[in-house]
Design a protein. Structure first.
Length: 226
């Protein structure tokens, strides 16, 4: 019986050993297969680099500035000295004629050595500091009336004390068309000048660039005709 048992046990032991060996082989093979066939997980996209800050400029730009406009001077910059007292204003383009009046209106009138006292007095005007701007001028006749513009017509009126009268009766000296001459620009209507028209009436007219216009608004200051 012991022999039989040993004979019977051998065949039974072989399958166990074979199974164990097979399991070991299968396990090793599975490990090898897993190692060789396992793919790595999806790679993460590279982290985007943060943008670098721009380099600071060495010099900060300075915003441009515009110059403030310069107001026109109230006095003729070419005048060597201020005018004051009685004078006569002789026309540049009509040298025998002077700024004068007829009644209460301004005209360009001829004045000569043989003219009457009244004619010579009408052509004599006294320069005083401007009623609206002492850097400019106002001009009075012998009766104390002021040369002024009204509806752009030149006339002579008594001072009524109003602001508008003081402005109307103020003129600023500007360079004339001839050497030593001047033009009278309105204080409250810049760009308009006292001038004579073809009919010799005196008006406050807008500026023009023509030679004839500049001559018609230009005068030479001379001694009073009285």
């Amino acid at each position: 019986m012991g022999r039989v048992a040993r004979l019977l046990g051998r065949p039974a032991a072989k399958p166990v050993a074979a199974t164990t060996a097979c399991a070991v082989v299968l396990t090793a093979a599975g490990v090898a297969w897993y190692a060789t066939t396992r793919s790595p997980g999806p790679s993460l996209p590279p982290k985007a680099a943060a943008p670098s800050a721009p380099a600071a400029s060495a010099v900060s730009p300075t915003p441009g500035t515009s110059a403030s406009p310069t107001p026109a001077p109230s006095q003729n910059p070419t005048a060597a000295a201020r005018l004051s007292g009685p004078h006569a204003l002789r026309s540049v383009d009509d040298p025998g004629d002077y700024i004068s009046r007829s009644g209460g209106l301004g005209f360009l009138a001829p004045v000569g050595a043989n003219s009457s006292l009244a004619t010579r007095q009408a052509a004599t005007l006294t320069f005083v500091p401007g009623l609206a701007d002492p850097g400019c001028y106002s001009l009075m006749d012998a009766a104390g009336r002021y040369l002024r513009h009204y509806a752009f017509r030149i006339r002579l009126d008594a001072d009524d004390g109003s602001v508008i009268f003081r402005k109307d009766a103020t003129f600023c000296a500007r360079s004339g068309s001839a050497d030593g001459s001047l033009s009278l620009e309105s204080y409250n209507y810049p760009g308009r000048y006292l001038r004579h028209r073809d009919n010799l009436e005196l008006w406050l007219d807008p500026s023009e660039s023509s030679t004839a216009y500049r001559a018609s608004r230009s005068c030479v200051v001379v001694a009073p005709r009285t």
